[in-house]
Design a protein around this ligand. Structure first.
Ligand code: SF4
Length: 552
């Protein structure tokens, strides 16, 4: 057994996203104001803070206004530009219909176009100034338990070879013990998944449903963009059965942020989020915006779309779930940063009370849910509580359901308070060996790029000689069942060409293997979510590796 360093803190946040950093900053301020020294630590798997921060992003500043009321006076402002123009388009194959007015839920008046990497870098500096510590390159690998109580986190080892054997630079991960562990690891967090499964934290919730957002940044010719212009789209290239839509945001310095969301509850096993973005860029209403422009960056990330009904119980003994890990995202507004920050702040208040009372059991930490239910974040999510479920009947049904929700305060079809949800992977249709592919974008290396070219633009990097961080419980399932039932959808849904199904069906059986190019991985978690057999588990690779999302 390796000798592991042990570290004790009062509160440990896992994942340096907006939720954890807002929470750590607020808790540090409470401790400082009360004159009570507290050890508050934020650990992050990325090599630098912000490297793995990925979002659209249009920021609703409500939580930021509460946390840092004078943030607009900061010369290092975390936002890029206030939203000016705000449009919603419905795209047909060859044309567009512009909504005469932007529906209230899509109205971005008072919001800001920005980069999440910029926000978290700014928040991390503030959290550290307030007294919290922030450690990059420290992935949370597993939860430490005493019975059913979380007592800490083991961070990942470094320097193991591909067979798991220690190399000359081997460093075992540390055990970080904490009175409260707060998980803000993003969607489908490794530790959150462990806790939800062990403690049945989703027993009372609807299944979480996800989409994958794929995005590129483009440098446009000087003077061609009006920073703050926001366009959202519905329709093409998605068919009427598939949830999703596009975004086009104009940022300062003539940078165009263009992305596409594809539901991971698509029926088509060949649905490919990267391909959908390439097709979106070729639409006649979109392509002219990329004239003379140059691709700068690429990235992808899963988005928890299930809303209020799909939130797992966010507290347990010694544990709180925040941000995307806790389901704090409003799919109807395509916004989660403000809700993530608010959840971190509510968790900080809960932790502060628990530290005063010196009690860290679930009954004490249940105050997190109570204060959430009294907050604007709950009111906002309640108004959108049946949003995603309406799209289970397709795009038209989904839009009708949205309209109904707007006049009934969030009720769904049949004026139901709660529409049932369904895990996305269950909706994938078995279409057999090599199913007919959904249309593919022609790759021209000018406007459209293949996955490997885009992966290069993500800056992702993993050392080859380490254990593969994509754990497949039984690769016989990939060969013997998935090939003939679904046609190996991992070869489509992964936006980084990690999975290469090298299978051939002979008269009698299937031969070949699944090649896993794990060094390409951009940490989006799509495979862990969308695999129809649920046998893929994403775990963090060596600390400090993965994408580098500068400006994303
Ligand atoms: Fe995303 Fe999984 Fe592909 Fe990595 S391997 S890029 S987590 S789908």
């Amino acid at each position: 057994m390796p000798q592991r360093d042990q570290l004790e803190v009062d509160v440990l946040f896992v994942g340096a996203g907006p939720a954890s950093l807002a929470g750590a900053m607020l808790l540090a301020q409470r401790a400082r104001d009360a004159g009570r020294p507290l050890e508050i630590l934020v650990i992050e798997k990325g090599g630098e803070i912000g490297n793995h921060a990925f979002s659209g992003a249009v920021l609703d500043p409500r939580a930021l206004d509460e946390l840092v009321p004078d943030w607009r006076d900061d010369a290092q402002s975390p936002v890029d530009a206030p939203v000016g123009g705000d449009q919603l388009w419905f795209l047909t194959q060859g044309g567009k219909i512009k909504a005469p007015v932007t529906p209230p839920m899509m109205n971005n008046h008072g919001n800001y176009v920005t980069s999440l990497q910029r926000i978290v870098t700014w928040l991390a500096a503030r959290a550290e100034r307030s007294g919290a510590q922030v450690f990059p390159a420290f992935p949370g690998q597993e939860l430490l338990w005493e019975g059913e109580r979380v007592v800490g986190v083991r961070t990942g080892d470094k320097g193991r070879d591909k067979d798991g054997q220690p190399k000359s630079n081997y460093e075992p991960g540390a055990d970080i013990l904490a009175k409260i562990v707060i998980l803000g690891e993003g969607p489908r967090g490794t530790l959150a998944k462990q806790a939800i499964a062990k403690l049945d934290l989703d027993a009372q919730s609807e299944p979480q449903v996800y989409a994958t957002g794929v995005k590129e940044l483009w440098q446009c010719p000087a003077g061609t963009l009006q920073a703050g212009n926001v366009i959202h789209t519905l329709g093409y290239p998605n068919d009427f059965d598939t949830f999703g839509g596009g975004w086009i945001y104009s940022m300062s310095s003539d940078i165009l942020d263009i992305g596409f969301v594809t539901g991971l509850d698509a029926k088509d096993p060949t649905m490919d989020p990267h391909n959908q973005l390439q097709r979106f860029k070729l639409h006649p209403a979109v392509r002219p915006m990329l004239e003379g422009a140059k691709l700068l960056r690429y990235g992808a990330k899963a988005i928890p779309e299930g809303g209020l009904w799909a939130m797992p119980r966010g507290y347990a003994d010694g544990l709180l779930l925040i941000g995307d890990s806790g389901g704090f995202l409003n799919g109807m507004r395509l916004k989660g940063i403000h809700l993530a920050m608010k959840s971190g702040m509510l968790a900080a208040e809960t932790a502060w009370e628990a530290l005063q009372a010196e009690r860290f059991d679930a009954a004490q930490l249940a105050a997190y849910r109570t204060t959430f239910e009294r907050s604007w974040a709950f009111d906002e999510l309640r108004g959108a509580r049946n949003f995603h479920q309406g799209f289970n009947g397709g795009l038209v049904a989904g839009m009708l359901n949205v309209g109904l929700g707007m006049v009934t305060g969030g009720r769904g079809f049949g004026i139901a308070d709660k529409l049932p949800g369904e895990a996305g992977y269950l909706r994938m249709e078995k279409r057999g060996y090599r199913p007919k592919e959904s249309p593919r974008a022609a790759i021209d290396n000018v406007v459209t790029f293949d996955k490997l070219t885009d992966v290069y633009k993500s800056g992702t990097m993993h050392e080859e000689d380490q254990p593969c961080h994509l754990l497949i419980a039984d690769t016989n399932v990939c060969r013997d069942r998935c090939t003939v039932e679904y046609g190996n959808p991992c070869g489509y849904f992964c936006p980084a060409a990690v999975y290469e199904p090298l299978f051939e069906k002979t008269n009698r059986h299937v031969e070949g293997r699944l090649q896993i190019n794990f060094t390409n991985c951009v940490h989006c978690k799509t495979c862990d979510i969308a695999d129809p057999y649920q046998i893929i588990t994403w775990v963090p690779p060596q600390g400090g590796e993965g994408p580098v999302y500068t400006g994303m």
